[in-house]
Design a protein around this ligand. Structure first.
Ligand SMILES: [Zn+2]
Ligand SMILES: [Zn+2]
Length: 140
């Protein structure tokens, strides 16, 4: 785990525990130590991805999933129900939660790492390596 995490003023939308702030290459992310979920404020995913072209094509692949039976979560900022977003096009489907007002994105445990895999970044992408170090051991 990177050091320097402090309590932030946000509660995890899944388990309602206070999340902590972690710094990933100057980008502050909110992390729940209980369920392993991560909240990214609007624009932070692009910052983490670091490659504007690839970030854009990844974001362009987002599509609203209105059929999902996954439970809806509430945005930790505005407290409104978030939308389920399909990150396409590859299988298996990756579903993330997005605030309707654009506050940010919620990733369940492992999903942020997954999304980096799908963005086809350079192999030496530092954030992806950090994510693997942080969360990789728990992946199959
Ligand atoms: Zn949690
Ligand atoms: Zn919101």
């Amino acid at each position: 785990m990177p050091v320097g995490g402090g309590l932030c003023n946000m509660d995890c939308p899944v388990c309602k525990n206070a999340m902590i702030t972690l710094e990933l290459e100057d980008v502050e992310i909110d992390y729940c130590t209980d369920c392993g979920g991560i909240w990214l404020d609007a624009g932070e995913l692009e910052l983490l991805l670091g490659e504007p072209e690839k970030a854009r094509s990844l974001l362009d692949s987002f599509s609203l999933d209105s059929e999902s039976t996954e439970g809806k979560r509430k945005c930790p900022i505005c407290d409104k129900k978030m939308q389920k977003i399909n990150v396409g096009p590859s299988e298996p489907t990756l579903l993330i939660d997005k605030c309707r007002k654009g506050d940010g994105l919620w990733f369940d445990k492992g999903e942020l790492h997954d999304i980096f895999d799908r963005a086809e970044l350079d192999e030496d992408n530092r954030i992806q390596k950090l994510l693997t170090e942080m969360f990789g051991q728990d992946q199959n």
